[in-house]
Design a protein around this ligand. Structure first.
Ligand code: GDP
Ligand code: MG
Length: 735
């Protein structure tokens, strides 16, 4: 008889019932030997079923595959090197969580898996019910219930084994466990280096090998590695050690437990009471059906209050530094010269780059807060809470993780969508991610909000900007999932890691990386763009006779409108007018396509060009508020409604070029990137149009936030910002 042969390994914890099941399946057809070189018993047996000759191997029982004992090494090597057709993982369902620790490691070996939830009788007594369909999806496995001692469910098990062996999809579940940004980054780095050890890498796979080396697996470490590999591993371990204040080994194990808790939370229903630890108790409150969401939004509110309250005084210091710098540079020239170099330095560079760097404290504080929430384990809970909301819109809670990363920068967030295996969910998430207000928009809010909103409303306004982004994203996702990306939501695993106190060093490293990126961008990209924008906003110069006889304010406006940027802005003005924007905002919006911060830089340039010398000196008026010169000029030119519309447009509209490039790369086509660009810009236009028109009609925020006496209309001379000296540009004696 030419039956098909299947080799099946039975793995599981000691006393999970492996041998009972093995005996029941194979009866007398067994033979016992030893694994080569060690005295561990190797039991094999055969069962003929439905035309298949199935050869079972009863592996030694282990709690883990960490190579702490001979049994673990034997079991692991068998699974990796002898490549059985199917692995049956026997699980003591009454000790589900503890048993899953082994399962998470078996899954990482990327073997065709059948989970046998054995001791189903004991589990039932404990009041545990399992969602086998969900479990199967998480583990990419067939799942059956068995009672080994009564021979119950064994035919189901055999059917599952055959089904799995016939299934040749290699949709791997090896990435089931994502170890978090920090560890994944090191794993990716190591995988490239480990790849050079061809023999080992080919045997074990790059990722798995790297993971074991991060864990300092004694068996893998003893295999003899090239020095460059060992060095790379050491430096990765040292780095992770600094971030977590703990060995990567410990953190990796914790992550596994996190996933197991997640699986338990999602796949197991408890009808009886179970034990609690501290994490469980805290989760009772934080994950509460009713309280969960309000707590999440309240925490976000606290974060934004912190950004403003603690950020303000720090900002003042950086501001004075730039004032001093621009004063010092200005003093190199006689007061009334019309030096282009001076204008470039003071208006272009300090006005542009300086205007952005001022907001560094806000960036630092925002990332401090986000890092604390992430490192403590709360963000994983947030994803869990959001799951209920996300499900309703056709996405999974796991999509929320890239969304949170999106608060920092959309580019890594889009890369983070790789954790979503289902293409439709992934594309939807990529398309809506730019709506999560990124760090580069924060300077725009930080400039505008304090200038136009009373102190007690500032945190709220900032919070509202983020909420508008989230809500718009949710609505957009719902629409996308019902139209372009129709289909069932894939099922994803979410983790519930134990809470841990964030380490100071870990926080420092995260903040440092963020701040350094921000400063580097300011010093390179923004510097270059500021110089270009300054030139575009300065040249060509309006001829003298056009300016002569005009008031200082009018002359400034005329010369700006005469420049290239001014002309482009003026050209756009008819389209922007219905949104409440003028040509100056238009020029800044174009600049913002390069990077969102440029909006602030360009407003700084536009409002300081042609201004008198002391343009960066904050005046010491009697008011308690300490506005920057730029903020005062904005107050003079726009109303709170217009200011809000500017922020709204910047939030929703076309993402920056870096985002478009990464969208193209991750979706594999310009089609989606272009669609994203056009779609979001159109959406921004419509939303801003509605808000501005409705706001104007209802007279909301159309008056000045400051009292009328302090601020006048932009066309007349503004008392709070006017310099006393004549504009150099207006001084024809210079030509
Ligand atoms: P192994 O260490 O994984 O090989 O576990 P064994 O097969 O030796 O089983 C350990 C104990 O669990 C034995 O006393 C079995 O009779 C018992 N056992 C196995 N399966 C079940 C089951 O489904 N329900 C119950 N109640 N007991 C079981
Ligand atoms: Mg046994």
């Amino acid at each position: 008889m030419s039956s098909k042969k299947i080799t099946v390994a039975i793995a599981g914890n000691p006393n999970s019932g492996k041998t009972t099941i093995f005996n029941a399946l194979t009866g007398a057809r067994q033979h016992v030997g030893n694994y080569s070189g060690v005295t561990v018993e190797r039991k094999e047996g055969t069962r003929v079923y439905k035309g298949y000759e199935i050869n079972f191997v009863d592996l030694p029982g282990t709690y883990s595959l960490a190579a702490n004992s001979v049994e673990e090494v034997v079991a692991r090597d068998y699974l990796i090197l002898e490549k059985p057709d199917v692995v049956v993982n026997v699980i003591d369902a009454g000790n589900f969580e503890r048993n899953l620790y082994l399962s998470t490691q078996v899954v990482e070996l990327n073997v065709p898996l059948v989970l046998a939830l054995n001791m189903a009788d004991l589990a039932e007594k404990q009041g545990l019910t399992f969602d086998k369909k969900k479990l199967g999806k998480f583990f990419n496995a067939e799942v059956v219930s068995t009672i080994g001692s009564k021979g119950f469910g064994l035919n189901d098990l055999l059917d599952a084994v055959i089904a799995k062996s016939e299934q040749h999809d290699n949709s791997s579940s090896e990435h089931l466990i994502n170890y978090g940004e920090d560890i994944e980054k090191e794993l990716e780095k190591l995988a490239d280096i480990v790849d050079r050890e061809h023999a080992l890498a080919a045997k074990y796979g790059n990722r798995w090998l790297s993971l074991k080396m991060l864990e300092q697996d004694p068996d893998i470490m003893s295999k003899g590695h090239k020095q460059e590999v060992l060095d790379a591993v050491d430096s990765s371990i040292a780095k992770l050690d600094r971030i977590f204040g703990d060995h990567p080994e410990v953190v990796i194990a914790e992550k596994r437990y996190g996933f197991i808790s997640g699986i338990f939370g999602q796949c197991v229903t408890l009808t009886a009471q179970k034990h609690h630890d501290i994490s469980d108790t805290i989760d009772k409150v934080l994950l509460n059906r009713i309280l969960g969401l309000p707590i999440f939004f309240a925490l976000m509110y606290i974060v934004f209050s912190l950004v403003f309250l603690a950020g303000d005084p720090l900002m003042g210091h950086i501001e004075s530094l730039f004032e001093w710098l621009s004063g010092t540079i200005s003093s190199f020239w006689p007061a009334d010269t019309d030096s282009q170099l001076k204008s470039l330095l003071v208006d272009g560079i300090i006005g542009g780059v300086g205007g952005v760097v001022i907001f560094l404290p806000n960036i630092v504080l925002l990332f401090l807060a986000i890092s604390i929430l992430e490192d403590s384990g709360y963000m994983a809970r947030a994803a869990f809470i959001m799951d209920r909301v996300m499900k309703k819109i056709g996405l999974h809670g796991r999509s929320f993780i890239p969304m949170v990363i999106g608060f920092g920068c959309t580019v890594p967030a889009i890369m983070g969508t790789r954790i979503l295996e289902d293409r439709k969910s992934r594309f939807t998430t990529i398309l809506i991610l730019p709506l999560m207000s990124c760090g580069a928009r924060l300077p725009i809010y930080s400039l505008i909000i304090p200038a136009f909103f009373p102190k007690e409303w500032r945190s709220f306004t900032l919070w509202i900007m983020y909420i508008i982004g989230i809500v718009t994203a949710i609505i957009a996702a719902t629409i996308l999932r019902r139209t372009l990306f129709k289909g069932e939501t894939g099922i994803f695993l979410m983790e519930l890691p134990p809470y841990r106190t964030p380490t100071a060093r870990g926080l420092m490293i995260h903040i440092w990386e963020r701040s350094w990126l921000y400063l580097k961008k300011a010093g390179t990209t923004l510097l270059a763009i500021s110089i270009v924008l300054w030139a575009l906003s300065t040249y060509p110069k309006a001829p003298d006779d056009m300016l002569s006889g005009l008031s200082e304010e009018a002359a400034q406006q005329t010369s700006l409108q005469y420049s290239i940027a001014g002309r482009v802005g003026t050209f756009m003005e008819p389209a922007l007018k219905p949104l409440g924007f003028d040509y100056r905002v238009g020029t800044a919006l174009i600049g913002a396509l390069a990077a969102k911060e440029v909006f602030v830089a360009q407003m700084g340039i536009v409002f300081s060009i042609g201004d008198a010398d002391e343009n960066l000196t904050a005046d010491e008026d009697s008011s308690l508020e300490n506005y920057t010169p730029l903020q005062k000029k904005l107050q003079a030119s726009y109303t709170p409604l217009k200011a809000f519309c500017i922020m709204l447009f910047c939030l929703i509209s076309a993402p920056c070029v870096a985002t478009l490039a990464i969208s193209k790369r991750e979706t594999g086509s310009w089609k989606w990137a272009t669609g994203q660009f056009l779609g979001l810009t159109l959406l921004a236009y419509l939303m801003t149009l509605t808000v501005y028109q409705v706001g104007s009609a209802l007279n909301i925020g159309t008056g000045s936030y400051k009292t009328a006496a302090q601020v006048q209309t932009p066309t007349t001379t503004d008392s709070t910002t006017t310099a006393t000296k004549p504009l150099p540009i207006n001084n024809s004696s210079n030509y």
